[in-house]
Ligand binder design. Structure first.
Ligand code: HEC
Ligand code: HEC
Ligand code: HEC
Ligand code: HEC
Ligand code: HEC
Ligand code: HEC
Ligand code: HEC
Ligand code: HEC
Length: 302
């Protein structure tokens, strides 16, 4: 395949980032002007991205193919914005999991998605940046939560993302232990026979709940990055629930919990609207965090 030459597709190009072998004998590496050699109308022939790339032009190339050794910023928001891809991802709301800036920036995206393949299927091991585990290995992620825990732990802080000033039990650093050894939404199975048990739709007991079922990275109006719409998390929920809002006030997370939990035998406020139209949790007007919080071993926990 040569400059402007043929348009045959490399079907094995799952890793899109070009490296120092790019071009004839690496001659293209370090060059910023993609248009000098590639004609936009003959690339990506059979792909879903063809139209949007053609529309946005050469400013997009490095977003998907890496900076080609130029140190230029890689564009993401040029496509991933509320007009072009409004729910991929759903970015409304003031609070985000960005690392410095108030506003979303392309740099933040790359911190978590360094080499996504943009094929419309989210696969943790491809679409999330690989951070080393405690042994220094780039072990693949089986779940999204494993990605979170590469940073949110006590023993293996990632360079540049240390949270060492936190108190010992703060979830920012205690989450690895909480999720592995204490929390019911993590690896510890619930018993499923509680007084208020019962789950909505197709949920089953003894299944792992991902961090991102409750926390969103890309924007929310709730503190602690709790989702403000069901569709921003709850990956196993029916899409009919997508537009149910979630508002958290003073530790009362009833509108979050009620997305998945729906008690079977209605008792203790179980029939009371939590405020978003859904019913099925107890203590509807109370501060849930007293008894349900990360790492809680004495009360019902989280
Ligand atoms: C000097 C000419 C030249 C420039 C400039 C150039 N390329 Fe290329 N590129 C080539 C050639 C030749 C090939 C095919 C040979 C190969 O696969 O390395 C190629 C292949 C590719 C491939 C397919 C890689 C693969 O492994 O099959 C991608 C993706 C690509 N270029 C992206 C870019 C992007 C993005 C830019 C701008 C940052 C760019 N190119 C700039 C010449 C160029
Ligand atoms: C949204 C992500 C995305 C953007 C933006 C993008 N590409 Fe690609 N590109 C891909 C994917 C995915 C493939 C792999 C296609 C395949 O499966 O063969 C690819 C393949 C290629 C190839 C090799 C196969 C082919 O179709 O010729 C070249 C060359 C290439 N891209 C150049 C570019 C250039 C130049 C730009 C900027 C105008 C660009 N790409 C922008 C995703 C992207
Ligand atoms: C702190 C890490 C983090 C940051 C920063 C981040 N993401 Fe994500 N992103 C994730 C995780 C984890 C998922 C998968 C879970 C989910 O969809 O919530 C995801 C999912 C996605 C998806 C697929 C969502 C869907 O519904 O199809 C897209 C697209 C995406 N991110 C783009 C971006 C863009 C663009 C930025 C920059 C504005 C960005 N992300 C910033 C972690 C992050
Ligand atoms: C040319 C537009 C374009 C650019 C630039 C672009 N993307 Fe995408 N991206 C897409 C499209 C289109 C999809 C697939 C949407 C779908 O089919 O659901 C996608 C999908 C994704 C996904 C979901 C996982 C997957 O494989 O589908 C992530 C994560 C993502 N992009 C992150 C990024 C990041 C980070 C950047 C910048 C480094 C970026 N994108 C640049 C268009 C773009
Ligand atoms: C690359 C390291 C890194 C990864 C990966 C990461 N975080 Fe974080 N996270 C941080 C840092 C650093 C902070 C500290 C506060 C800040 O600077 O915003 C933070 C803060 C948080 C907060 C508190 C936000 C607030 O406003 O109170 C939550 C919740 C959180 N992360 C959840 C997650 C989840 C869920 C994931 C996985 C989807 C994840 N994080 C992945 C580094 C990371
Ligand atoms: C995204 C769906 C989802 C959300 C949101 C959710 N849960 Fe759960 N919850 C589950 C699932 C699934 C289980 C079963 C896990 C298991 O048994 O291993 C569970 C289990 C539990 C258990 C343990 C039950 C037992 O039998 O031991 C408690 C307590 C609990 N959740 C409380 C809460 C509270 C409080 C909230 C709100 C802050 C909440 N949950 C939000 C899905 C969810
Ligand atoms: C005073 C402590 C306390 C408060 C406050 C509290 N809970 Fe609970 N919750 C419990 C206990 C204890 C259980 C387990 C009962 C049992 O063992 O049968 C429980 C069970 C649950 C379960 C059932 C999980 C399952 O499947 O078995 C959900 C859901 C739940 N609480 C949600 C909430 C929500 C939402 C709030 C706030 C609006 C809240 N709780 C406030 C103590 C509390
Ligand atoms: C079932 C829902 C649920 C799941 C799953 C979940 N969280 Fe949380 N998380 C919460 C709730 C509720 C809070 C308390 C929010 C508050 O303080 O108002 C919280 C608080 C936090 C905080 C403290 C934020 C702060 O600023 O004080 C961090 C950090 C955090 N979670 C990280 C994680 C990580 C990492 C995972 C996965 C390993 C995870 N959470 C899984 C619901 C969940």
């Amino acid at each position: 395949m040569g400059c402007n030459g043929d348009d045959s597709q490399d079907d094995n190009l799952t890793h899109l980032i070009v490296d120092s072998s790019h071009g004839i004998d690496g001659a293209a590496y370090g060059l910023a002007d993609c248009g000098a050699c590639h004609a936009i109308n003959i690339i990506h022939e059979t792909l879903n991205i063809r139209d949007i790339v053609a529309d946005k032009g050469f400013a997009t190339c490095m977003g998907c193919h890496g900076d080609n050794g130029t140190s230029e910023l890689r564009a993401c928001l040029i496509c991933h914005n509320s007009i072009d891809l409004p729910h991929t991802p759903w970015q409304s709301g003031h609070f985000t999991h960005n690392f410095n800036d108030e506003n979303s920036s392309d740099k933040d995206c790359v911190t978590c998605h360094v080499s996504s393949d943009m094929n419309g299927h989210f696969v943790p091991e491809i679409d999330l940046t690989s951070y080393p585990n405690v042994n220094g290995h780039q072990q693949v992620y089986n779940t999204i939560s494993e990605f979170c825990l590469r940073c949110h732990n006590r023993d293996n802080p990632q360079v540049g993302f240390e949270m060492s000033e936190q108190t010992y039990n703060h979830p920012l650093i205690a989450m690895q232990d909480n999720y592995n050894f204490v929390d019911k939404h993590g690896w510890i199975d619930g018993i499923g026979t509680r007084t208020y048990n019962g789950l909505r739709s197709d949920y089953q007991y003894a299944s792992l709940v991902e961090c991102t079922d409750c926390h969103t990275m890309h924007g929310t109006n709730n503190k602690a990055l709790i989702i403000d719409y069901a569709g921003k998390g709850g990956s196993k929920l029916s899409s009919d629930l997508e537009n149910y809002p979630v508002t958290i006030t003073d530790g009362n997370s009833a509108q979050l919990c009620v997305l998945c939990h729906q008690m079977q035998d209605i008792i203790e406020q179980g029939a009371e609207n939590t405020g978003n139209g859904l019913t099925g949790v107890h203590a509807v007007s109370e501060d849930c965090s007293i008894c349900h919080s990360h790492g809680e071993t004495v009360q019902a926990g989280l």
